[in-house]
Design a protein around this ligand. Structure first.
Ligand code: RB5
Length: 146
């Protein structure tokens, strides 16, 4: 089981709530950030709240949901040590864990329906990083080589 920080802006509240409830029922430790249903908010705030906690909590993960997932992934990847992956398929979810050691999953509620969002999340949290040549490549992110 994992510690998972999950946040959204106003455009991602429904998927955020669905995933938080589902993952909590599965036994993960869930911490939720972002507005209540009907409130407006700016996505960089939730991205910062989630990612700062992921960086401060060993072996934890983040999930960020906005309308497209694009703003959240852009904001999240500004923080060194965050490897945020915008996923719209189960293949993305598998590959971003195996090859990129993604530690933050980004989803777009206006793009990805609830069933697919759940399926993507399930794959993300049941897939391990492969290491090896991928470890060398991921390390290059922080070596100024990307
Ligand atoms: C909010 O309208 C929308 O811009 C936001 O949720 C996100 O899609 C930005 O990338």
């Amino acid at each position: 089981m994992s510690v998972i920080f999950i946040g959204s802006d106003h455009a991602g509240v429904r998927i955020r709530t669905l995933l938080a409830d589902t993952l909590q029922a599965e036994g993960h430790e869930i911490h939720v950030f972002g507005p209540a249903e009907g409130e407006k908010s700016d996505y960089p705030e939730a991205a910062r709240a989630v990612c700062s906690r992921v960086l401060a909590t060993p072996d934890s993960f983040g999930i960020l949901v906005c309308g497209t997932g694009i703003g959240m992934s852009m904001a999240a990847n500004r923080l060194p040590g965050i490897r945020a992956a915008l996923c719209s398929s189960e293949f993305h979810a598998k590959a971003c864990r195996e090859h990129n050691n993604a530690n933050v999953l980004c989803l777009g509620e206006r793009v990805t329906g609830p069933g697919l969002a759940l399926a993507i999340t399930k794959v993300f949290f049941s897939t391990d990083f492969e290491g090896g040549r991928h470890q060398r490549r991921v390390q290059m992110f922080d070596n100024g080589l990307n």
